[in-house]
Structures are given as C-alpha cells and as structure tokens.
Design a protein around this ligand. Structure first.
Ligand SMILES: Cc1cc2nc3c(=O)[nH]c(=O)nc-3n(C[C@H](O)[C@H](O)[C@H](O)COP(=O)(O)OP(=O)(O)OC[C@H]3O[C@@H](n4cnc5c(N)ncnc54)[C@H](O)[C@@H]3O)c2cc1C
Length: 461
C-alpha cells in the first residue's frame, strides 16, 4: 500500500473546496487545502456576498422616493461610494477569517499557495516550490469572468472582479451581457445613480429564465430608465479624453465612463497542469465528472464552478459535501441537481425554482399555467408603478407543481420556501389547501385558482 502525506488534498478554498475539506476532516480524514488568493473564494470575496451588500445599498434610492407616500419627508440624501466599499471590505475580511478558523478547528492544514498536478497523486505548491502527495485530490478552483479578448480596446473594460473595488463610481456605465450578473450590476449601478446601458447580442435578457420573468424585469428596468440595446455587441472601445467611446455593431457610438463585461465565466483549469494526471476536460475547459463528481481519473474529483454544471454557491457546497460523504463516511452520495432554487437580485428581485413554462412544455404532455400580475400593497401608497408577477407551472397529469417563478419584492425569500414544497412533490391541490397568510404578496401562491389560457386560445373562443 503506498503511503501519502494526506488522505485528501483540496485545490481551491471557495464555497465548494472549504466544505469538502472541512467535512472530510470531520469524518476523520487527514486533509490539506491550497488557496492562492483569499479563503472563501468567489462567493465571499467577489461574488454573492459583496454583490448582495451592493444590492441593498442601491435599493435605498427608491426606498427614499417611496417613503413620501407614507408621509415621510426624507429630505436631501447623498451617497458615499468609499464608505460602502470600506464597510463591505470589513465584512468580507470578517467572513474570510471565519472560513479560515473553521478549517483550522476541523484540523485542515492550509497552504496559501497555487497548486497544480504533477501526477494523479502529487501536487506542486508554487510559492513553496514543494510537492506533497495525497490519496484523493478534489479540484475546486472555480471560474473567472470571461473577457472579450478579440475586442479592440478590451483592456479598458472591467469585469465583476474589479467592480467591487472601484476607486470611484462612474457617472455612466455600459454593461455587455444580459445574464444574471449583468442584470444585477445594472440594478446596482442604476440604483446608485449611474446612467446605465445594457448591450446584448440576443433578443431578450436573462436567457435561461421563464419568459414572463424576462418580460417583467425588462419592463421594470426600462421604466426605471435603464437603457437596453438588443442584437448588438461592442465592436471597439477607445479612450477619448476622460471618457470611453464604445462603438457597437449597429454603428452606434456610446459615450460612457466605464464598460463592464458580464459575458460569462470560464473554469479555472488552465494553470492546473491537469494533463500531467490525465484529467479530461470538456470543450469549454471544464472538468468532466460523473454524478459522484469523480473525474476520469479514479482518485481525482472536481466540484463547483470548475465543472460548469450549475454555477451556484449552494450547489458547489452540496457537491463538496457529497464527495466528503462518499470518500470518508462510507456513504456514496451524489447531489441531485433538480429543483435547485435560484434568484436574480435585480430591483425588485426574481426567485425561481423548477421548470420554466417553455421547458415544461418540452418535457410534459400536458401543462397547466397559473399566473398573476398585481400591484403589491406597498406600492398603492408609494405610487410607484411596479407590478409583482407570480407564476406556477403544473404537470396537469399528476397535478404536481413543477415550477414556480416570482418577480417582486422578496421573491428570492419566497422561492426558497416554494422550493421545499416542490422538492417534496407538492401538488397544486396541496398549494390550494394551504391557508393564505394575509396580507402578504406570497398568499397569491396559494390563491391562484384560474388556469391561464394562452391569448390565441382566448381569441378562438
Ligand atoms: C458577481 C457574482 C455574483 C454571484 N452571485 C451568486 C448568488 O447570488 N448566488 C449564488 O448561489 N451564486 C452566486 N455566484 C456564483 C458563486 O459565487 C459560485 O458558484 C461559487 O463561488 C462557486 O464555488 P466554487 O467553490 O466552485 O469556486 P470559487 O468560489 O470560485 O472558489 C475557487 C477558489 O479556488 C482558488 N484557486 C483557483 N485556482 C487555484 C489554484 N491553482 N491553487 C489554489 N487555489 C486556486 C480561487 O482563488 C478561488 O478562491 C456569483 C458569482 C459572481 C461572480
């Protein structure tokens, strides 16, 4: 039997890597982890957490306006970007410390280093210039924002990484892309008073979401004054004095102060020397794994964004916990990627779980749709013309609710709970049998009775 320095070596101290390392150590394994930047990874350092703090900050401008209808005179307001960034940085440092101390408490050895593979059991640590060996290796190196390297002037643009550390807030920003990160940052910048433009090559924002949600967010953003340009991409970026001239494929020249790429994320595999161990990648550079997150090399596993399955923190965490359970707790466990709830922290937010209407119509013979669009009670006094939208997708043959899509204040919070019901296999009749909580927006989810009929069918009646 060969002997190794560690039972498990984890590369990457983000959401997935930290959970894998900690749980494996708790199960009794001798574990080490390498993190080359900051413990906590994308989610904690430059993803979910700082983003949500910025979303909170950007919501105040509308809240101040809305207060008038409730009798408040808020008076003059001002915003200080540097205060927000400093306070955010303090909280991020605190969380980073908690991640590190939780690993230490579990007995995990930490290397502040870049790791790569020498062979299937040997890891090279770059800064120390040393090698260590492990029986199992888990790769949890996450991803990085894609840059449009073929675009002339691309180096002027920022990505989400830099957006968290800007010295100053720009007056104007143009965001390339229309996925959830683009939409969230558009809401953040607009809410903080930045003139915001979204430019997208496709026909509609938020490609992977339900069409009604996409329409609702688009309408809300346009009503706020966020400009959305479709069927266009940037063709050239150039500095011109103290601003940027961004030329689009439609020949329009946007004058702006900042350009941000939100055009996707690529897996961090290039620097890992995976070929030394024979680990196979897919066409996008992500590590190919089976349902147990095992790569084609028996003792090497990969979890989280580096596998490009679902780029979400709780998914990376659960994939990691499943690997720890499989390898060190004697219980082969795979993570079920079905019915994972997710949010878009736009203004207001989206909360969603399960099949979109279009996906359901592709997968089920008979689909019933229930939907409701209404003015939430809050806005009857705020005066803001902002509708809330709720939609349930039901498999008509089994009566099971297979999708729930919400747009409006606290949609993410509602979707988390709807996900419990959907995961348990709740039927529409179960929702109907649940007593409404009044007055709330969420009560709509248990009071929608009438099936929605497509417009065409209505016209034919
Ligand atoms: C702007 C933004 C907002 C987001 N918002 C949300 C959200 O609201 N909800 C949600 O669920 N998800 C969100 N995500 C996605 C979420 O952050 C990721 O899905 C999650 O962090 C993936 O975890 P991971 O462990 O796979 O990778 P990561 O968290 O990216 O961690 C990988 C770590 O590996 C390290 N590393 C890389 N290479 C090496 C190496 N060779 N040696 C040592 N260390 C290495 C990196 O420095 C990094 O710390 C957001 C992402 C972004 C960018």
């Amino acid at each position: 039997m060969p002997s190794y320095d560690y039972d498990l070596f984890v590369i990457g101290g983000g959401s997935g890597g930290v959970r894998t390392a900690r749980m494996s150590a708790i199960h009794g394994a001798k574990v080490a982890i390498a993190e080359e930047y900051r413990m906590g990874g994308t989610c904690v350092i430059r993803g979910c957490i700082p983003k949500k703090l910025f979303v909170y900050a950007s919501a105040f401008s509308e809240t101040f306006e809305d207060a008038a209808g409730f009798g408040w005179d808020v008076g003059e307001t001002s915003f200080d970007w540097k205060t927000l960034v400093a306070n955010k940085d303090r909280e991020i440092a605190r969380l980073e410390g908690i991640y590190t101390s939780n690993l230490e408490k579990a007995g995990v050895e930490i290397f502040e280093d870049s790791a790569s593979l020498v062979d299937p059991h040997t890891i090279h640590l770059k800064r120390k210039n040393e090698t260590v060996t492990a029986k199992y290796i888990v790769i949890a190196t996450g991803g990085h924002p894609r840059r449009q390297y073929d675009l002339r002037g691309h180096e002027i643009a920022i990505t989400s990484n830099e957006a968290f550390h800007l010295n100053e807030l720009p007056k104007r920003i143009a965001i390339a892309g229309a996925g959830y990160i683009a939409i969230e940052f558009a809401g953040i910048f607009h809410g903080l008073g930045v003139e915001t433009t979204i430019i997208y090559r496709g026909p509609k924002i938020l490609r992977e979401f339900d069409d009604d949600l996409r329409d609702a967010v688009e309408a809300a953003y346009r009503a706020k004054g966020i400009r959305i340009l479709y069927h266009q991409i940037f063709q050239e970026l150039a500095r011109s004095g103290d601003h940027i001239k961004a030329t689009t494929s439609a020949g329009e020249v946007l004058e702006t102060d900042m350009v941000m790429f939100c055009v996707g994320r690529d897996p961090n595999t290039a620097a890992l020397d995976l070929e030394n161990a024979g680990v196979k990648l897919d066409a996008h550079g992500a590590i190919n794994v089976n349902e147990y997150s095992q790569s084609n090399v028996e003792n090497i596993y990969a979890i989280g964004d580096v596998t490009n399955r679902m780029q979400l923190t709780p998914v990376a965490i659960q994939e990691g916990a499943a690997v720890a359970e499989t390898l060190f707790n004697g219980r082969p466990t795979s993570f079920d990627h079905k019915d994972v709830p997710t949010a878009v922290f736009s203004h207001p937010d989206i909360g969603t779980v399960g099949f979109t209407e279009a996906q359901a119509r592709d997968s089920f013979a008979n689909v019933d749709i229930y939907k409701s669009s209404f003015r939430p009670l809050f806005h009857t006094l705020s005066g803001r013309d902002q509708k809330m939208m709720m939609k349930m997708v039901v498999d008509a043959d089994s009566d099971r609710v297979i999708g729930c899509h919400i747009f409006g204040a606290d949609a993410a919070e509602m979707a988390q709970l709807a996900a419990v019901a959907i995961k348990m296999g709740a039927t529409k009749a179960d929702f109907d049998a649940t007593t409404a909580l009044h007055p709330s927006a969420a009560e709509e989810l248990v009071t929608m009775r009438e099936k929605w009929k497509p417009q065409k069918a209505k016209a034919a009646e």
